[in-house]
Ligand binder design. Structure first.
Ligand SMILES: NC(=O)c1ccc[n+]([C@@H]2O[C@H](COP(=O)([O-])OP(=O)(O)OC[C@H]3O[C@@H](n4cnc5c(N)ncnc54)[C@H](O)[C@@H]3O)[C@@H](O)[C@H]2O)c1
Length: 668
């Protein structure tokens, strides 16, 4: 399709003539059929809600079609309206726009829906099984049309995928404000999501799906590499790589797909089980996993060989993780590191496939007999944990990967609780991400080159490397190791070939690093060294972005881990400090009702305004979380808060006074 016709389609929005209904494409990975949760009255409401997007003349025909979609898929996706043009991140100038920031946002949206990037592209799901960009294709069409018309003095308001409209604002206001899944707290259970999503009034935006900031599995490879390296250092303090170590986990999906790649980058033997054949093949084709095995005996022989040769290799077991764990528990193979990345934040609707059922059988049961399916999941989790417990007794270091594995296992009655009711295994945030990274302000900073030109990405990699190398020379002992790991990462980022979709890069950095890198990018754009604007952002899974008691804020021990002030304050603060768009979500990672998280996008165009915005916004975006973590008495965060105040005299953070333990011990 020519650029002109692409622009015309975007500008058209919802077409005046009904487009042809596409066939159901079996080559594409589809979302599982959702639970049939609505009664007759609610189904009518869902169809009525869906028809609001269309003129009267279409209603009769579409009413029947949408009721069929509801019956067949449990949701109304409006498949007929899925555009026929190729969905991918184009050069920013190839989108129709009146304001360049809006074009940047369109680019990010089309990247999130690119079939190479998205998990279930036709159902508008980017990752995590249910992480939606929009609820249906009408919302996509309308949103893109609004963005193509938007001026620098308007803000587009997004309610869970629904574009409420363009509202007058000002140049420095965010161009888009996104909320996803915001519920009255008492209506935030898993079934509430099923019901209100089916009615068409809310959606689960995960973290970077509904906020247009997903950059493919690369986004998580860096964090996973850091986690693996530091997990290895728990077993062997001196380890600079994981040479000879065996890491076992599950999932080759959206984020979990990063595990195989990260294991190789860290020098380990990574063995990852994936029950969905299509997902395993996709990662193999992309070069993210080296070898595929379907037979457990052949697999264990391969592992033994890899151990003997101390290979850095990634191997997929195409099958159920429970079968793999049980096989390893019976064998003499020593597993050093273990985790799990099934989508247990979504246990009853296809996030976790129970052992003993084929992938297809499980999908049928989810739709037809959800209660029976639940029983299978619970039994499977009990067996899952039993095998892990056996290997842990032999010395394996196991951690929860923020996917609600321990939470759901405990709810299923598996043996994961200690005498005090706590979990017997740490979450990766408690042991690694929290105290080593977040408390010092290090988090998953990222950027996207809107030219979509690999040359621009290469130039930005070099700029970031130069900035970090300079910082490393004068860095304090507390953060030197982190800077060294991040410097190694960016040096080899290009050769590790991690780009899927837009030309993007992830690089863990602290407040100072993020600001210095962003300043250098803005200068490079101004001088024409980089050919087009750059979009900055981050995963919500960051220092200040997320309040999640079993994950990002799991190492907050002052009782405030169940509050969500930090995440809410964060996007409010970002929005008046110059963010191009902001988003706040209920659910993401660990599940609906379990977490509040937010993020931003900031487009750099080389201007002075951008310089002002990036300095002020990025500083707040990290130091909000440092201040909160330091108030919770986290040692690293107190250190970072003091350092930040020393560097900026207008920053005044309330620091905690330490209380002597004896005073408290003598009280009760
Ligand atoms: N990677 C990270 O750094 C990170 C951080 C925080 C949380 N998480 C969590 O990890 C989970 C996975 O994320 P994702 O985006 O990859 O989700 P996803 O749904 O795309 O992938 C999960 C994969 O697990 C597979 N699977 C499910 N049950 C299985 C089983 N019993 N045996 C083998 N494979 C099975 C699925 O087929 C799927 O491909 C989510 O809950 C996410 O929130 C990941």
């Amino acid at each position: 399709m020519s650029v002109l016709s692409f622009k015309a389609s975007i500008k058209q929005g919802i077409p005046n003539k009904l487009p042809k209904k596409p066939n159901y494409n079996k080559q594409v990975s589809h979302a599982p059929k959702r639970k049939d949760i609505l009664n007759k009255k609610e189904k009518k409401l869902a169809i009525n809600n869906a028809l609001r997007y269309f003129p009267k003349k279409f209603h009769k025909k579409l009413a029947i079609e949408f009721s069929e979609e509801l019956k067949n898929y449990g949701r109304i996706y409006m498949h007929r309206f899925r555009p026929t043009y190729k969905m991918y991140a184009r050069h920013i100038n190839n989108y129709p726009y009146k304001c360049k920031q809006a074009a940047g946002i369109m680019m990010m949206i089309t990247n999130n829906l690119d079939p190479k990037v998205a998990q279930h592209p036709h159902e508008l799901i980017t990752y995590g099984g249910n992480g939606a960009v929009f609820q249906n294709w009408a919302q996509y069409l309308l949103t893109m049309q609004y963005l193509s018309k938007m001026t620098e003095k308007q803000t587009l308001v997004m309610y869970s995928g629904h574009p409420l409209g363009l509202f007058p604002s000002s140049k420095n206001a965010p161009r888009v404000v996104v909320t996803n899944g915001m519920m009255i707290p008492n209506y935030s259970s898993q079934d509430d999501w099923e019901k209100y999503n089916a009615i068409g009034v809310t959606q689960y935006g995960q973290m970077t799906a509904g906020s247009y900031m997903y950059i493919g599995p690369q986004g998580i490879v860096h964090g996973t590499t850091i986690t693996l390296l530091n997990a290895g250092r728990i077993l062997n303090k001196q380890a600079t790589s994981l040479k000879g170590m065996l890491f076992v986990s599950s999932g080759l999906g959206g984020m979990s797909g990063a595990q195989a790649k990260a294991a190789v980058i860290a020098g380990a033997i990574g063995v990852i089980a994936e029950v969905n054949h299509t997902a395993a093949i996709k990662r193999h084709k992309q070069g993210w996993v080296d070898e595929l095995y379907y037979d457990l005996d052949k697999l264990t022989s391969r592992i033994e060989l890899a151990k003997k040769n101390q290979e850095a290799v990634s191997i997929a077991y195409v099958g159920n993780i429970v079968d793999l764990w049980e096989k390893l528990a019976k064998s003499d193979i020593h597993v050093d590191l273990g985790s799990d990345q099934t989508s247990l934040h979504n246990p009853w609707a296809g996030g976790y496939y129970p052992v003993g059922l084929s992938f297809e059988q499980a999908n049928k049961l989810i739709a037809k007999k959800p209660n029976e399916f639940k029983k299978h999941v619970k039994k499977s989790l009990q067996r899952h944990v039993k095998a892990i417990n056996k290997l842990s007794k032999k010395g394996m270091y196991f951690w929860d990967y923020g996917n609600a594995f321990l939470l759901e296992s405990s709810r299923a009655g598996a043996k994961v609780l200690n005498k005090n009711g706590g979990f017997i295994y740490p979450s990766y945030v408690e042991d690694i991400m929290g105290p080593i990274c977040f408390d010092y302000g290090f988090g998953p900073f990222r950027w996207v080159c809107t030219s979509n030109d690999p040359k621009d990405l290469e130039i930005t990699d070099k700029i970031a490397e130069k900035v970090l190398a300079k910082m490393y020379k004068s860095a304090a002992k507390d953060i030197k190791q982190q800077l060294a790991d991040n410097l190694n990462w960016i040096k080899s980022a290009n050769e590790n070939k991690m780009v899927v979709g837009s030309q993007a890069r992830i690089l863990y950095a602290d407040s100072e690093g993020r600001i210095k890198i962003a300043e250098a990018f803005n200068n490079a754009i101004r001088k024409g060294k980089v050919s087009a604007p750059i979009i900055l952002g981050r995963d919500h899974h960051d220092v200040s972005g997320t309040d999640s008691p079993f994950r990002e804020t799991a190492n907050i021990y002052d009782g405030s881990m169940f509050t969500a002030d930090m995440a809410i304050q964060n996007i409010i603060g970002d929005s008046f400090r110059g963010a191009t768009w902001v988003s706040i979500h209920n659910g993401g990672g660990v599940g609906w009702g379990e977490v509040i998280n937010g993020g931003f996008g900031l487009m750099l165009d080389g201007s002075k305004d951008c310089h002002k915005n990036l300095t002020s916004m990025l500083h707040w975006d990290v130091n909000n979380g440092i201040a909160r973590r330091s108030w919770a008495r986290n040692v690293g965060a107190i250190y970072s808060a003091k350092k930040a105040m020393k560097n900026n005299s207008s920053l005044k953070i309330t620091l905690p006074n330490q209380v002597d333990n004896e005073i408290l011990d003598n009280l009760y």
